[in-house]
Design a protein around this ligand. Sequence first.
Ligand SMILES: Nc1nc2c(c(=O)[nH]1)N[C@H]1C(S)=C(S)[C@@H](COP(=O)(O)O)O[C@H]1N2
Ligand SMILES: [Mo]
Length: 419
Amino acid sequence: MTDRPGPTRRALLGAMAAGGAAAATGLAARAEGDPAITELQPWMQYNGDGVDARPYGMPSPFEAHVKRRNVEWLTADPVSSVNFTPLHEMEGIITPNGLCFERHHAGVAEVDPAEHRLMINGLVDRELVFTMADLARFPRHNKVYFLECAANSGMEWRGAQLNGCQFTHGMIHNVMYTGVMLRDVLNAAGVQDAGTWILPEGADASGMTRSIPMEKALDDCMIATHMNGERLRPEQGYPVRLVVPGWEGNMWVKWLRRIEVGDQPWHHREETSKYTDLLADGDARRFTWAMDAKSVITNPSPQAPITHGPGPTVLTGVAWSGHGTIPRVDVTLDGGINWHAARMDGPSLDKSMHRFYYEFDWDGSPLLLQSRAQDSTGYVQPTKDELRAVRGKNSIYHNNGIQTWAVDARGEAENVEIG
Ligand SMILES: Nc1nc2c(c(=O)[nH]1)N[C@H]1C(S)=C(S)[C@@H](COP(=O)(O)O)O[C@H]1N2
Ligand SMILES: [Mo]
């Protein structure tokens, strides 16, 4: 204890007295004699774990509430299901690997990389089979991208439903991928002139496949082996997944084992049935691959009420677009009567999540919070009613409408819809 650096008790008491000015602004309201200041806490009195006690570190046990959650009634079986990223517990723009939402059609494939191959076949000059070590001999690239399931916010099409941004908007994650460019791998195989589509296939029991146009494949798609500096997690497709920047998550095939080159789209289960947007007139809206600009206020929100009462309050949230960056987010506290430009903070990267803040002095009266993102193409996030006017109420996919939280005088927040 004696060699422990830190402020003396006298200095702390002095700092508390100086805190009187801050208390007047509502920023600090601790009474004198707070035992957290005046008493020795247990952890100050003995040595902690040595360096090797935690060879792969985990968050503090006090953060146990920060976790992926599912909605049990949503799907019949956890093997073909989804859970949600706890957006209200996060800061910055990067999703920690252990918190990335999961969407599996046949559970998590536990792939042994030594027994895993990536094959390129179809309309190519040379059919190729790569080991994981072979893949690492292509030039590697690092890019931060969001992945959003097309069904994110799908439960909200007909009206406010789930009480928390984790559930309304948590089918998204944003990580830095390391991998090789898909075009480098395709060029090694030699795509024939007739090769205008690719069909990536996963090694999980669902054998997931999706058709992707060659133009996108040769543009910015990656074959990723790492996320946030470590190998992909099994849940995210270890040892290799396809990265399809800005496009719906379903195309980002995990546990990637084969890419077939063809001259037309394959019409598979997912894309002809589930991953099509039904329009009001019953027509289907197909080939809607890019995710349009969207945002959500993560704090305050139903799972993250205001607990400090009136006074200085920090509102924050995230925004993203599959068409570029987010130069601007506006927020309203009164359901759209007055809009204020939020403060963008942190890296602004193409097809990546952006962080925004709005600091305000809450007077303790009820609030109607909304955020509205504008992307680098000038596109502005629509209201849910504007979306419904175009697409009707039968859609599930691609709901990028403006979210509203009603905050009451106690600071509790609820998912609502207004006009
Ligand atoms: N092989 C395979 N790839 C897959 C899936 C799958 O079930 N199997 N699910 C897809 C869907 S619908 C989505 S939204 C994303 C989810 O990626 P995540 O689990 O990393 O969040 O993976 C896609 N890739
Ligand atoms: Mo998805």
